[in-house]
Design a protein around this ligand. Structure first.
Ligand SMILES: Cc1ncc(COP(=O)(O)O)c(C=O)c1O
Length: 396
């Protein structure tokens, strides 16, 4: 565990608690909770003795049925054609299971940078190696870099689209190239799609599991945490090739046995409400995103804000003095932003962004007015902290 990075959201959370009144643009959560129907179903389930028992590790039948239907209709994935489906306690657990199922100690997994910190942490914990590969200046995938990173020990390439932390949405052709490369080189394509509903403007979500022949090497992960405001209920799910059924079940049975039944019952009710539940929330987030992009745009040239067409993040690049590129500097600035300006963001090194000064700004958890106030504080804070340093430097 000494080699595993500390959970950054907890680290920043501790700082936030020390400074009451801090606006958090840190944690990646949504500001709404589950549909009423899910809560009613959970209440009703409390009186059913089956709720309190261990049940099948893959998931309760009604939820499996609804997820199977959703995957077919919305994602173009027909589980009956060579895949399996498993309900886990969130997509984080699905990722841990997948890494355990497909690797031996010392194997390598390719993560395009920026990556999601818990992916790297899971790979490290499994005794494997994260191989970081660069993306382009818009945080889009670079097939050449992925191809060059493959070695005899590579087991998988991970893509996250829409992306945490960059907000980038990968196009169909780009995901198809990665999926094909994985097939040709005998690798798994792990595709994290927990933000599938969160796309803006003309951006469209693509599920690589829907590509012809993908079922033999694609592991697709989803979550109710964001779409249905379900983060605390811990429900995610994944599809994976038939041949991984035994390995995945070993991981599931050892770590979880089965996802909490009451949460699964609630999830089944949420699925019945369906995607339409998130639609007004995503529309509202689109408006908040416009404010965030517009306001942060005023920081140029002190900071750059690459386009972010999905999720509810932007990855801000601060053009800090050269020593801002040292990994400790973004953390120091993040700490000063909290202590001196009462606004929290997540420093870039947690996402593998170590060649510059980056901060992830999350705008999903707050009401519009609070986000606007938080962004105002962030702008003022960065101007004061980084701008002042730059002035000092240029006058030296
Ligand atoms: C890319 C990505 N994958 C997975 C997760 C975890 O989701 P869950 O709550 O389902 O474990 C998150 C949560 O922020 C995420 O950003």
């Amino acid at each position: 565990m000494d080699a595993v990075q500390s959970p950054i959201v907890q680290v920043i959370g501790d700082l936030i608690r020390q400074v009451p009144g801090t606006i958090s643009l840190g944690q990646g959560v949504v500001h709404y909770g589950p549909p009423r129907e899910a809560l009613d179903a959970a209440c009703n389930a409390l009186g059913d003795p089956a709720t309190h028992e261990y049940q099948d590790g893959t998931g309760i039948p009604i939820l499996v049925e609804r997820l199977t239907d959703k995957l077919k209709r919305e994602n173009g994935i027909d589980v009956a054609r060579g895949s399996r489906l498993m309900v886990t306690a969130g997509a984080n657990m699905a990722f841990v299971h997948a890494v355990l199922a497909i690797t031996e100690i010392g194997d390598e997994i390719i993560l395009p940078v920026p990556f999601y910190f818990n992916h790297e942490m899971a790979i490290d914990m499994a005794g494997c190696t994260t191989v970081r590969v660069a993306t382009d200046e818009h945080y889009q995938l670079r097939l050449d870099a992925i191809r060059a990173a493959i070695t005899p020990r590579t087991r998988a390439v991970v893509t996250i689209s829409p992306n945490n932390p960059s907000g980038a949405v990968f196009g169909e052709s780009s995901l198809r190239e990665v999926n094909t490369l994985c097939r040709e080189r005998g690798l798994y394509h792990i595709t994290d799609e927990v933000y599938e509903y969160f796309t803006y403007d003309s951006a469209r979500h693509t599920s690589p599991g829907s590509f012809a022949g993908a079922e033999a090497h694609t592991i697709s992960m989803y979550s109710l945490s964001k779409a249905y405001g379900f983060a605390g209920w811990r429900i995610g799910y994944m599809t994976y090739p038939d041949h991984l059924a035994s390995a995945m079940m070993k991981a599931q049975d050892t770590i979880l046995v089965c996802a909490p039944i009451v949460s699964q019952v609630a999830a089944a009710a949420a699925l019945e409400v369906g995607r339409q539940y998130s639609t007004p929330h995503v529309r509202e987030l689109a408006e908040i995103r416009d404010i965030v992009l517009r306001e942060l745009g005023s920081l140029e040239p002190l900071a750059e804000v690459p386009a972010a067409d999905g999720a509810f993040y932007v990855l801000l690049k601060v053009n800090a003095p050269p020593r801002g590129a040292e990994p400790s500097i973004p953390m120091t600035i993040a700490e000063r932003l909290i202590r001196e300006h009462k606004v929290a963001v997540i420093p870039g090194p947690a996402f593998g962004m170590t060649d510059g000064c980056y901060f992830r700004v999350a705008y999903g958890a707050l009401q519009k007015e609070t986000v606007a106030e938080g962004i105002g504080r962030l702008i003022e804070g960065l101007r004061t902290i980084v701008g002042a340093e730059q002035l000092t430097k240029s006058s030296n």
